[in-house]
Design a protein around this ligand. Sequence first.
Ligand SMILES: Nc1ncnc2c1ncn2[C@@H]1O[C@H](COP(=O)(O)OP(=O)(O)O)[C@@H](O)[C@H]1O
Ligand SMILES: [Mg+2]
Length: 241
Amino acid sequence: MTTIIEARDLSKTYGDVQALSHVTLSVEKGALFGLLGPNGSGKTTMIKMLTGQTRPTVGSATVLGVDVIRDPVGVRGLVGIIPEQETPPSFLTAIEYLEFVAAVRKITDIEKKADWWFDFLDFADKKNVLCKDLSRGTRQKLMFTQAFIHEPELALIDEPLINFDPIMQDLVKDYLAGYVKKGKTIFISTHILEVAEEICSGFAILHKGTLLHTGPVTGLTARGEHLPSFFLSLVRKDRHV
Ligand SMILES: Nc1ncnc2c1ncn2[C@@H]1O[C@H](COP(=O)(O)OP(=O)(O)O)[C@@H](O)[C@H]1O
Ligand SMILES: [Mg+2]
């Protein structure tokens, strides 16, 4: 097995806020890994550290074999990322934004690849519309496209289904499941537990910056447990400690 993400003892403090405390976890190639946790549990902080957007206070991590502290630019060059709440630049049209991404990432054949995505996510009619005039859902389609258009070995998505309607959520879930079948790896954060149970192969539960559990989803289902009730029992127990 090839390890794609290896985080060792990662901690992050913002002033006197301990956002993440000594998190150690690994993700293998081909996994669709879900990072679960209530609001404020440290999911976004974890993704930011794994993608070289913020430096850990303590600990280390390698992503696709690259050290995220020593070479954050190298990591960002390799992976696909959809940061939380991110929207494309307001002053570019949808296609101009993808051309911009293609120039930065040195992607060839961008017109053809972009057309495939416009068609797949059903927003070809928005190709020449300025991003400031796109709906939230369409902006998310564009963010999704920029994360996958270079077919990265690893994509990290902070809340992938937010802003999508049920039809689009279904399409995106199928796409993610198909993507890992090709041997690629996906790391998502979500607080929609049913989605995690449906599509994830492995998961971790964060609560107040601490890792409460990490393991395969099949381990749970083999014991007849469901992820949502498992999650709630762990988090509630922790709350009463
Ligand atoms: N830039 C920041 N400055 C100060 N505190 C932050 C910052 N980013 C996150 N936090 C705090 O760190 C904790 C974890 O936040 P976050 O990683 O965004 O959690 P989640 O994504 O699980 O909701 C929260 O208490 C949040 O308020
Ligand atoms: Mg978050």
